[in-house]
Design a protein around this ligand. Sequence first.
Ligand code: PAF
Length: 302
Amino acid sequence: MNTRPRLVTTEAELKQASAELLQAAAGRHRSGRPSQALVPTMGALHPGHAALVGAARRANDVVAVSIFVNPLQFGEAADLQRYPRTLEADLDLLAAAGADVVFAPPVEEVYPGGEPLIRISAGRLGEKLEGGSRPGHFDGALTVVAKLLHYGLPALPADFRAYFGQKDAQQLALVRRMVADLDFPVEIVGVPTVRDTDGLALSSRNRFLSPAEREAALVLPRSLHYLKGQADRHEPLDLGGALAMIGSVPLVELDYLEVVDPASLEPLAFNCQDTPFTGEALALAAVRVGQVRLIDNVQLGY
Ligand code: PAF
């Protein structure tokens, strides 16, 4: 059986654990600095999260995972209440994935004075795509990520990396931008999306799909891989065809499908529909299947 990671609930305990684990790691290092990773999560963990922790484990001496359901990034109170809390199963998954320490603070530890007055603003990058449907979501997500990056800073001299899934491509682009714009001393590492055997990207929301909805949802990865095939062959991108694929599935309602620059998230599609695709881009899509909103993306030209 795998050893369970150490569970801590306060910043002080996390720093104490970091100091002890880094001290032990420094003893093993002949040269060079040890390194510490933080994997921020909201729990309800699945193999996609295990891949984040696995990537962190392979590249770092100390791996901390945070589990915190952040009220600031939820639009409706009902969504926050409904969010699955599965700490025991999460700890088992994290033991198998090799985490050293799990930071699962109560809400009062993170927001002792209630909701913070001062927040990180995602700016116009946070208003498009997901931000268009979920106003304020990215301000809330970046605010907690900023706090978690402070909590997760190594307690002794060490390199610091934080791991985020490519599945949430807009969040990843925004975190990279925040860290660059505000000089956070951390390297941000993006980890490829993990998919089920049928192609559906793993998500804690997939559990809410009925079998018929799940079957219908497969049009999301199918339409994105249609575009990826064209990009790989340096053909013009048939965005209209991809939209028509989604439109042909009755249970699926399209929110957006866009081809964007990976860093600025500015739309590119209309520059590459008539000419062969070159360079790098992201094809991003969001759909609603019944009550469940799903997002997915593929990298084009990588
Ligand atoms: O991607 C998530 O799970 C969350 O948005 C994050 C990064 C843990 C912040 O709450």
